[in-house]
Design a protein around this ligand. Structure first.
Ligand code: PLP
Length: 422
């Protein structure tokens, strides 16, 4: 077959973009060479509907071993007793949980998207908001943090069947113990979607959701630094509260409902090449090198946040406990959209983001979200955070000065040569 230069030339352009720029999108990272090697392997050719040892296809002996390895490593990494490594993405992991735990129309309670939550936690444009009855809690305008008394009051009012914690843009740790108490009061299942901070959680740098939550979901490609994908975990299996029985008339365990929620509930054949890449990434995340890395992610975020505050940037909640921060740009007289475009011109990638109680639309926004997972993989340390804040501040102050932006871009590109990508 002739080499498809149309596609590969574009891939080379993307590689150059990633190499030359400063990647600050909080949900991104750079997977290792061996993670990408597994993801690009012959395993992409294999169908394997079902689970290891219980497949609907022949020839699954090898992929059974690979998937089992991924499951065992995921369990070891998070201190879980059960894992499903098949979800194609974080959204798919959540879809499987919803299907296993809810009936259409059931009330759910999640963190408001406009305060930093995720689409799959009840947004009206997502399956979670269309098929179920969504309700939300948020942060306090004054403090930028969640008031758990208000979550409790809301839960008592709406009696959700599923209480969801987790966010895409919340820089503080979660009180899972309090949430479990709230869930128990109303008979809800408690789900923690730790897609963003799962790498920090795995290595003990944040509270452990599995101590209190019935079910935990995560993506595998953010702080966890694996291939794009999803994962579902439980520390303790439990009998399903809906009375669903097996063919033999026994109550089905939650693990069985969750497995069924993934396949055949919401997915077809698992992506065994991605599952192999997840196994590699989980192995890496168990290593000493990853521990050093994830500690650095947190240190870098602390220093970055402090530097922004020194330059009078308004961080929602005043700082960060994890790898990300949400910055309210209203006192800087610039929208999130202009900030994203301006920083794009100097090869610094961030994303515009709504801030709590934002009056602008999601296409404009008043804020930006920044994370340190990817730049830490490039090898940047605390002292480098000062330089990043200075680049960002100069660029935003010169957003209408193309010559100055060009100058900053050259400096950024030159500087990043010192931090090889692969
Ligand atoms: N849940 C949370 C909290 C997320 O931040 C994300 C992704 O940004 C997802 C779920 C969805 O993950 P994916 O993009 O892999 O579907």
């Amino acid at each position: 077959m002739k080499r498809d230069t149309a596609v590969f030339d574009l891939i080379n352009q993307e590689e150059k973009r990633q190499r030359e720029g400063i990647e600050l999108i909080a949900s991104e990272n750079f997977a290792s060479k061996q993670v990408m090697e597994a993801a690009g392997s012959v395993l992409t050719n294999k169908y394997a509907e079902g689970l290891p040892g219980k497949r609907y296809y022949g020839g699954c002996e090898v992929v059974d071993e690979i998937e089992t390895l991924a499951i065992e490593r995921a369990k070891e990494l998070f201190g879980a007793t059960w894992a499903n490594v098949q979800p194609h993405s974080g959204a798919q992991a959540n879809a499987a949980v919803f299907l296993a735990c809810l009936k259409a129309g059931d009330p759910i309670l999640g963190f408001d998207l406009s305060h930093g939550g995720h689409l799959t936690h009840g947004s009206p444009v997502n399956f979670s908001g269309k098929l179920y009855d969504p309700h939300f809690y948020g942060v306090e305008e004054e403090t930028g943090v969640i008031d758990y008394d208000k979550v409790e009051a809301k839960a008592l009012e709406v009696k959700p069947k599923l209480l969801i914690s987790g966010a895409s843009a919340y820089s503080r740790d979660w009180d899972y113990e309090r949430l479990r108490d709230i869930a128990d009061q109303v008979g809800a299942i408690l789900l923690a979607d730790v897609s963003h901070p799962s790498g920090l959680i795995a290595r003990g740098l944040l509270k452990d959701p599995l101590d209190h939550c019935h079910i935990v979901t995560t993506t595998t490609h953010k702080t966890l630094r694996g291939p794009r994908g999803g994962l579902i975990l439980m520390r303790e299996d439990f009998e399903n509260p809906f009375g669903i029985k097996t063919m033999k008339g026994e109550l089905r365990k939650m693990s069985s409902l969750l497995d069924g929620g993934v396949f055949p509930g919401t997915q077809g054949g698992p992506l065994e090449h991605i599952i192999a890449a997840k196994a590699v990434a989980f192995g890496e995340a168990l290593s000493d090198e990853y521990m050093t890395y994830i500690l650095q992610v947190k240190k870098n975020a602390q220093v970055l946040a402090e530097e922004f505050v020194k330059l009078d940037y308004n961080l929602i909640s005043g700082g960060t406990d994890n790898h990300l921060m949400l910055i309210d740009l209203r006192n800087k007289d610039i929208t999130g959209k202009v900030a994203e475009e301006t920083l794009g011109k100097v090869d610094i990638t961030i994303n515009k983001n709504m801030v709590p109680f934002d009056t602008r639309s999601p296409f404009v926004t008043s804020g930006m979200r920044i994370g340190t997972a990817a730049i830490t993989t490039r090898g940047l340390k605390e002292e480098d955070m000062l330089k990043i804040v200075s680049f960002i501040d100069s660029a935003l102050r010169s957003h209408d000065n193309e010559a100055k932006l060009q100058e900053i871009k050259s400096e950024v590109n030159e500087w990043m040569v010192g931090f090889p990508l692969y």
